[in-house]
Design a protein around this ligand. Structure first.
Ligand code: A2P
Length: 331
């Protein structure tokens, strides 16, 4: 493996800290690591591989040094300004924000699904939306085996996907505070069919991200996809019900085998023993869990599955680190 110099942008944030944890756990082969955040955090310390790293303020000159790969998770506005600066200096940017995801020149990559897209990059690669990533890992084997006709995505998303403020709203709500700072309504003991802002077409931006990103990653521009994204009072891991109409007929046993033999997936489907994917068991892991596999009898070639993954790890930090690993494993 080639050793590279790496930068983390947004190193003090929820995903940023998880970047550091995942780099350490996977023993990512870096030579030097630089950590950036806003001016507020300059001088703060973060840790990776047992070593303290001083956080620096992100500025236009932050990339005027020997950085090979930068992992960005500091929000779309920061990416919009600084990712092109980094890219213009030869840095490969792996961006966790939505700023460049639908840009035709920017590959949108889930390494288990469309790794070939990486090599079309012009120094910026986008990490998909957290809910999209786990859905893509689940849909790819079905696409290859049977072809996809229509997909209905319904999500049950954890508050950690909204960052520290979302977590605080749930913590405070569980203590009885019914005045959330971030969400439009209390999240404790509630479900909010409202993630990101509402668009003119009645969908939320999160739902439209899932729809558009699915088509791009699967390279199926005409795929029929719809989505409903719901925030639920769970701290970590997103759960999703995925209803699919396949192009070809299938045997349900073959779908079980397909997932059982897929190294990117952990099959958890022994319903008689109450075994199925859950947020609390996916938390802290890098896998995508699939269960509740059953035929949808209401349409031809219909299938229902339940998909769970840790949204901060596989849905964000781990996916970005896996993209970076493709570069270091290239030689
Ligand atoms: P800081 O901690 O200094 O505010 P989260 O999504 O968990 O809220 O984290 C957001 C991350 O993005 C944090 O590391 C935050 O740094 C960083 N960030 C926010 N705004 C900027 C900015 N203008 N420049 C650099 N980093 C930023």
């Amino acid at each position: 493996m080639k050793k590279v110099n790496i930068a983390i942008v947004g190193a003090t944030g929820m995903v940023g800290r998880t970047f550091l944890k995942v780099l350490e756990e996977r023993d990512f082969p870096y030579e030097k690591i630089y950590c950036f955040a806003s001016k507020r955090s300059a001088g703060a310390k973060v840790k990776c591989k047992g070593v303290d790293i001083e956080v620096e303020e992100l500025t236009a000159s932050s990339f005027d040094r020997d950085i090979d790969i930068a992992l960005f998770s500091a929000g779309g506005a920061t990416s919009e300004i600084y990712a092109p600066i980094a890219a213009s200096k030869g840095v490969i940017v792996i961006d966790n924000s939505s700023a460049f995801r639908m840009d035709e020149k920017v590959p949108l990559v889930v390494p288990e699904v469309n790794p070939e897209a990486i090599w079309t990059h012009q120094n910026i690669i986008a990490n998909p939306n957290c809910s999209t990533i786990q859905a893509m890992v689940a849909l790819k084997p079905l696409k290859e085996a049977y072809g996809l006709k229509r997909v209905i995505l319904s999500t049950y998303q954890a508050v950690s996907g909204s960052g520290v403020k979302g977590v605080k709203d749930l913590e405070n709500g569980l203590k009885g505070d019914m005045n959330p700072a971030l969400y439009a309504h209390p999240i404790a003991n509630n479900c909010l069919p409202h993630i990101d802002v509402f668009m003119d077409n009645g969908y939320t931006k999160e739902e439209m991200k899932m729809i558009l990103e699915t088509k791009k990653i699967l390279n199926l521009p005409d795929l029929k996809v719809t989505a409903t994204a719901v925030r639920v009072p769970v701290f970590d891991s997103h759960s999703e019900s995925i209803n699919v109409e396949l192009n070809a007929p299938f045997e349900i046993e073959d779908v079980f085998k397909l997932y059982e033999n897929d190294p990117s997936i952990v099959l958890q489907d022994q319903v008689k023993e109450n075994i199925y994917p859950m947020a609390i068991t996916a938390k802290g892991t890098d896998d995508v869990y699939i269960g509740r596999i059953r035929r949808d009898f209401s349409v031809d070639n219909g299938l229902n599955i339940w998909v769970v993954a840790d949204n901060i790890r596989k849905g964000a930090a781990t996916n970005a680190v896996q993209i970076a690993e493709v570069f270091v494993n290239k030689e």
